[in-house]
Design a protein around this ligand. Sequence first.
Ligand code: ZN
Length: 420
Amino acid sequence: MKRSILSILILFLSFQYLSAASDPPAWGFFGHRLINRMAVFTLPPEMISFYKANIEYLTEHAVDPDKRRYAARLEAARHYMDMDQFGYYPFESLPRTWYPFLATYANVYVVLDDKDTVRVMGEGVWRGSNKEYKVISDSLLALLDTQYYRVPLRDMHQFAAFSINKAYRHDEWEYSRDSLKGIFPNAAFLSRVTKVFGNASFSEHGLLPYNLDEMFNRLVKAFVAMDKNAILRLSAELGHYIGDAHVPLHTTKNYNGQLTNQDGIHAFWESRIPELFADEEFDFLVGKAQFIKETNDYFWKVIFDSNEGVKLVLDIENNLKKSFPEDQQFCYENRLQQVIRTQCRDFAKAYMVALDGQVEDRMREAIISVGNIWYTAWVTAGQPDLKLLKDAQLSAQEQADQEELEKKFQQGKGYGRNHE
Ligand SMILES: [Zn+2]
């Protein structure tokens, strides 16, 4: 109980801090900072002292992944997953882990000696089951000169892990012809191949769940290595991505209402409402962090839950726009010496109420999830004694990365979607 009272106290102090921080215009920064900050108070005694001692860092750096969108082209995809691209719940054909995902969706092409180009990997080329991958593309079957071609799961996943995974971050990449022998060991067409290349276009529908797995594993490793800087950086950033996973509009192609004439709904839901009402009306006593046995299942569950909320987010706003007096929906406000047009307070309140607590619920879930995952990473690493962590200077590389991040962010335009 003592912890709850303390939390409330810190909560009040936090808002002062969060609101005072002067920022570039991205409003979603408020929510991310708040989520990381509140997550600290869900932690068990063995962790909380260390996290509390570093709460300013965890708060401030909760937004680094969004800043990184200004420095790295593929960063944007790590913040969302367009579930509507992949069918319907329970999305059975969508691989839940990274190498099978790459094996199913990453595009690889071969150029032949007659200049013909054939896609040999990518959506619609293979179909995976739990024991093998089977070619379903007619043009690849023609190239293979057969009606039936399959490879064992393991060979395909090795190809994904060793070839595609190493290359996919680049705009366009080339492979050696030999790398294809992993999946086409005796294929005659290989002798006619003059070039093998791929591109990252498959990532445009998002990589968030796979990114959560990767960040979690990195955090576990940082705990094992007792690398203080890495523990803090990865905790802060994982907190950000978990926060994103709780936002319904981070799970749909219609991420800003642009397909249903509801432009601006992204920031309305995830920024405007929390900024106006979180401090007065949201309850952030979310309980204690729990150990998560299957983190991959857990991350997907979060995304499915968010995705289920998309319809409500859109429908309620659509109905409200029709019933609420039109001239009272948008107001002008001064912000950082600029006049901006934004949803009026009463209109935002009406939206929040009609959503029946959805924004608050997702934010509360995000806070406890961040706590759960920090805690689970620490337990998975063998519960190292965090009192032994020593201050360490940032390495020259860490320092340079941080400076580059700030510089690119201050300069301007991000890559990809304008999401927080
Ligand atoms: Zn984000």
